[in-house]
Ligand binder design. Sequence first.
Ligand code: HEC
Ligand code: HEC
Length: 171
Amino acid sequence: MSNIYGISRWLSVIVALLVIIAVTPAHADDDDDDDRGSKNGRKPLVINARWKDECGSCHMAFPPRFLSAESWRAMMGGLDKHFGSNASVDAADAAEIGGFLEKNASSGNRMSSKGSEPPLRITETRWFQSEHRKVADRWKDPRVKSPANCAACHTKADSGSFGERDIKVPR
Ligand code: HEC
Ligand code: HEC
């Protein structure tokens, strides 16, 4: 009898370990959920060559973590009418880029907008607007031109770094 109890005690230890192992990486990936800017800003840039080429030709390639998977799906579904431009790519590229964007998308609900539709603009998300409320008077500055011009203030935006150390706002 004592043997059986011994085995079941071991089993529960093993099960507990497996649970910890299974849960830990998911947790580490999860910090998009708390949209604290500093964490967001320091996240390393994830790269996909096609995304960098196709989505970085007219403007900087906006990192996937700044929109939700729903938003990216909606955007990839309408590239022929992309903010007044035709940004279409062939089907294979669309599948690869779409997969990359969705896989690395934000899961935080502050990446949604105030409306019910998933936003197509990063700059329309509640997260973006609250993070940037102190510089909202800068959008009209000729050196900035638009809130979507991230690199006007985030000097290393192109390499995916948005951390506070790399911010220089034109005044
Ligand atoms: C006019 C300048 C300006 C522009 C343009 C701008 N930002 Fe920012 N951004 C800032 C400032 C200033 C902060 C810090 C705000 C604070 O701490 O109050 C910031 C904060 C951030 C943070 C959080 C950084 C951290 O570590 O706290 C991220 C991420 C970010 N911006 C992304 C973007 C993206 C993406 C774009 C373009 C779509 C963009 N920003 C456009 C000025 C700008
Ligand atoms: C043919 C040029 C072109 C290509 C290629 C292109 N875009 Fe754009 N994109 C635009 C224009 C124009 C805007 C609107 C800019 C503005 O109003 O500030 C825009 C805006 C955006 C915005 C919104 C920025 C904001 O928050 O205001 C996102 C996100 C975006 N593009 C993602 C993509 C992705 C993803 C791809 C690749 C699949 C892509 N773009 C390829 C022209 C392009």
